[in-house]
Design a protein around this ligand. Sequence first.
Ligand SMILES: *Cc1c(COP(=O)(O)O)cnc(C)c1O
Length: 390
Amino acid sequence: MSIDVSRLRAETPGCDKQLHFNNAGASLPPNPVLETVIAHLRREAEIGGYEAAAEANDGLEHFYSAAAQLVGGKPEEIAFIENATRAWDMAFYSIDWQPGDQILTAQAEYASNYIAYLHVARRHGVEVITVPNDAGGQISIDALESLITDRTKLIAITHIPTNGGLVNPAAAVGKAAKAHGVLFLLDACQAVGQIPIDVDVIGCDMLSATGRKYLRGPRGTGFLWARNSLIETLDPPMLDLHAAQWTGPDSFEVRPDAKRFENWESFIAGRLGLATAIDYALDLGMEAIRDRIYTVASRLRSGLSELSGVTVRDLGREQCGIVTFTAEGHAPAEIKETLAAQKINVSASRRSSTLLDMTERQLDAVVRASVHYYNTENEVDQLIEAVKGL
Ligand SMILES: *Cc1c(COP(=O)(O)O)cnc(C)c1O
């Protein structure tokens, strides 16, 4: 199946208002998502929030099966969490960290994740080791294999980093993790909704995702997937009356499923909206979505690379919808402002978001133009013209 761009644009109210190339920040939600969220907020106002939630019970349950289908897991392995960072944290901080444990991660690791590594390193005497890249700019599987020891407690990498087109070879990492019996936590924040994901093919044990990026869901939504066989060994960093049951004056029982990572109170309209967004993506098909995004991105990359003074900065053998570049004599933040004045949304990705990678490449910031399937060839050409005109 291929992507019917004009139909999908017609269903996206933001499409004709500007050129939106900040899909790795937040993509434009389609009408069904927007309508689901608004309809539920209306219902809450009309009949009460608890009553509206009870009425929407089937839709709320559907979220778990939709998210499970999207990543190839089971509904009871899914937790609805307000964003990808907290989803990742709930998995990461559930691990029983002991002095001397080692964490292996990759060079393009996201700031929030790395801060958490340093946090447990400081608290528990854990050691953080960054696996170098191979010549193609992706995590080196050979180096990873050689760095695994009997102290390695966790391999945690970002599938698609926030600052470029790189797609890390997650399945090869998963294979190495499995061969050595090491836990594997995957930050799939930019991957879920952009490329097909199957947790069994990848071989990860935990995976975090967000709603507002490539999935086109509402802000303030995300989820965690955690492998069934592992859930009861993960002790959440905090519990409430939803994650656990108060069974007696001195006792409680933690839920056996992934809802042990959830909060009781949450964004109900958002969960319904995220379910709608996931259904929308599944309906189009993740292969078709990826193929269209890659086609649009590759047109942008080749157009930009022909401009004098412009350098495309994307690494890796497989390159996704996140296109990054720098232009001589213009700071990325300035380019972002200049383009914004022409109703073109891009973002600037700064060194502090992916400190190790940007430092290694001697970059302070890059312009990030992240495409989605609804961006047209014509929009891409307009962006290239605008960059040419700087
Ligand atoms: C955006 C991003 C996150 C954080 O996602 P939130 O939903 O904002 O918490 C994590 N990892 C990567 C690679 C990201 O790009």
